[in-house]
Design a protein around this ligand. Structure first.
Ligand code: ATP
Ligand code: MG
Length: 140
């Protein structure tokens, strides 16, 4: 199987939806092979989202991602990277409610920034992001 990095973002955690989202993750055939509840500092959030540095929404994104704890997860499944992004749905939770109403972002997210979850967009990102949150993890 393939693995990917997933995050349950502060809006969904604040709404008390983290356990429900983890149950849906497992119902959809993913195994949760690492799970950590953590609070990001500004420095760590800026580093995690370095590719978006300089974009108009960057500071707002960092404010949001440091507004409360997140769950950092490693998921495994055949085609985990694309499968998890499909289950999350479109980036913007408001438009997701129109185009993909059963997606996690539609069901649990708030708007274009507060969108309930994150997923790596490629094997390279997955490797970087797993190492960022779980530097000592050995995946066999
Ligand atoms: P993620 O990387 O969180 O899985 P994504 O790959 O769908 O989401 P990116 O383009 O990588 O989206 O953007 C990272 C995050 O930045 C988004 O999940 C969202 O929280 C925020 N974001 C992206 N685009 C915008 C925007 N136009 N306005 C406000 N916030 C945005
Ligand atoms: Mg992304």
């Amino acid at each position: 199987p393939e693995w990917t990095f997933a995050m349950i973002k502060p809006d969904a955690v604040r709404k008390g939806k983290a356990q429900e989202i983890k149950q849906l993750i497992e119902i959809h055939g993913f195994h949760i092979i690492a799970d950590q509840k953590i609070q990001l500092t500004r420095t760590r959030a800026q580093e995690f989202y370095a590719e978006h540095h300089g974009k108009a929404f960057f500071e707002h994104l960092v404010d949001f991602m440091t507004s409360g704890p997140v769950f950092a997860l490693v998921l495994s499944k055949h085609d985990a990277i694309t499968g998890w992004r499909k289950l999350m749905g479109p980036t913007n939770s408001i438009s997701a409610r129109e185009t993909a109403p059963k997606s996690l972002r539609a069901m649990y997210g708030t708007d274009g920034t507060k969108n309930a979850c994150h997923g790596s967009d490629s094997p390279t990102s997955a490797g970087r992001e797993v190492k960022f949150f779980f530097p000592a993890l050995v995946i066999e």
